[in-house]
Design a binder for this molecule. Structure first.
Ligand code: NAD
Length: 171
């Protein structure tokens, strides 16, 4: 039984993330999808709650008819990088391999003795959470950059207006 872990902020969950998950889930028997920075929401960097991000991922993977076992688990940040891997381990099922391109994530798991694998890149310039958030607030085209499940959740929670409101100033 090979169980893999992938961690992202998924703000929001986009087609690059979906591409990566569809690839890496083929390499393992089970996949743990950790939602990083889980305690944050309602800021431009982290507009969506952990629960909303769970919905985006679960709905998007359901539309893809993914049949393999996966677990979606929120992981709040902690203010101590050297303890972070232990913190992650305390929250998720046991895992054998970690998939990430994030240099800090890779470094921390490597130092903890884990096997790390890179994930294939999928037009990172466009399929990026920051780019999508920027397009949403500027009324630019963004719908095609996210899976249908994410689009539905953003509409359900009035996410476009949330992003526009949270960047406003009160003067
Ligand atoms: P992310 O959502 O930006 O990316 C998730 C993964 O998908 C990454 O491996 C990224 O490289 C990959 N990806 C993104 N777009 C892609 C594309 N177009 N094509 C292919 N791959 C793509 O999330 P992240 O920033 O990597 O998340 C790391 C999380 O770990 C954050 O929440 C961070 O706060 C947390 N963290 C916390 C601590 C701590 O609490 N001390 C320490 C380290 C990391």
């Amino acid at each position: 039984m090979l169980r893999g872990l992938i961690i992202g902020r998924f703000q929001p969950f986009h087609k690059g993330h979906l591409f990566v998950i569809k690839k890496v889930i083929e390499e393992v028997d089970e996949l743990i999808i950790g939602i990083g920075s889980a305690q944050f929401s309602h800021s431009f960097e982290n507009p969506f709650t952990a629960g909303e991000r769970i919905l985006m991922i679960a709905k998007s993977l359901k539309y893809e008819n993914i049949t393999k076992q996966y677990y979606i688990i929120p992981i709040p940040d902690i203010n101590n990088n050297s303890l972070w891997v232990s913190h992650v381990k305390s929250l998720v099922p046991p895992f054998d391999v970690v998939f990430s391109n994030n240099p800090l994530v890779r470094r921390l798991f490597k130092e903890a003795g884990y096997k790390i694998k890179s994930v294939p890149l999928y037009n990172r310039k466009i399929y990026s959470g920051k780019e999508i958030r920027k397009r949403i607030v500027n009324d630019e085209e963004w719908k095609d950059l996210v899976p249908k499940g994410t689009y539905e959740v953003i509409m359900e929670i009035d996410g476009i207006n949330r992003l526009k409101d949270i960047i406003k100033k009160d003067y």
